[in-house]
Design a protein around this ligand. Sequence first.
Ligand SMILES: [Zn+2]
Length: 341
Amino acid sequence: MDMPRLNTLPLPDSARTAYRCLRGLYRGVRAGRNWLLNVLDCPVVVLVYHRVAELYDDPEMIAVAPGNFRRQMEFLKQHVPILRLEDPWSDRPGPAVVITFDDGYADNVLQALPILEEVGVPASFFVSTAHLGTNQVFWWHRLEAVLLREGTFPARFELKDPRFGRAWATASFEQRQALYAELGMHMRRLDPDRRDAWIGQLEQWAGPAAVPADLHRLMTREELQLLAESPWAAVGAHSVSHTALAALTEAQQREEIFSSKQALETLTGQEITLFSYPFGRKSEYNRISIDLCRAAGFTRAAANFPGQVHRWTDPLQLPRHLVRNWDLETFAAELKGFWTR
Ligand SMILES: [Zn+2]
């Protein structure tokens, strides 16, 4: 679901060169500015993970292999103070990192938690509640199961939607891959009913697709309780249906924010004070989301854009850096960049 890469856009060479120069200039200025801010106040870098698992197919690139995850945690433990998201950070002696997980996949408890406990690293886990303890998977796995599998497909898919009717060529795998990326971006911003209707149309069009539910399942209620009881874990909310909040009405946002908090409090018996915005880019939540998080009693809310946390950063819009399935060398190099990127 990334943005199209520059080399796939139909641009003349001169425009590409100009774009690269401007991008390089912007990054340089931004790094210089962030370096200066770090002199004024020690930065905290918040890392975001989603899954710790060996996946054969990972089109979202959100799974980190257990071996890489262990090496990343051991490296952090050796080289930088690791704080808890829920703690006050006012008296930190120098730059520090915070570990977070989004979504609530079962592998967070089965794979990541034992490593965190063994290495001695605290982490916060943001859990979406709609599919918790069920055998249903997130909508992007259904989309993936329909479009990114082998087989013969009709040559064309026509989406019937009163506000977004369109048709795509779908005979080749590359065409279906492009459709997967395009629909994925649109579907982030649909309310759950409309999103289900789109997926229903796709499933009807392509024939039934086997979704590997066990591979992508979320935590059971017992696993969530196990997580909540660990001294190394804090549980936070991540909405009910995992929809970009900015696409929803105020009443729908209220339901997503308040109900997920309440459900997790009932299941864990703990007060839930942390939240992370689904998808979390600046365009995917809004002022209403922030105000509702404050009204619900969340003390910190994590977003999903790069940056560093300082004492002047809005605690309800914390920037985070996404970690991929990097070996130790790549992780160390990327981490270096996270202090100023
Ligand atoms: Zn998420």
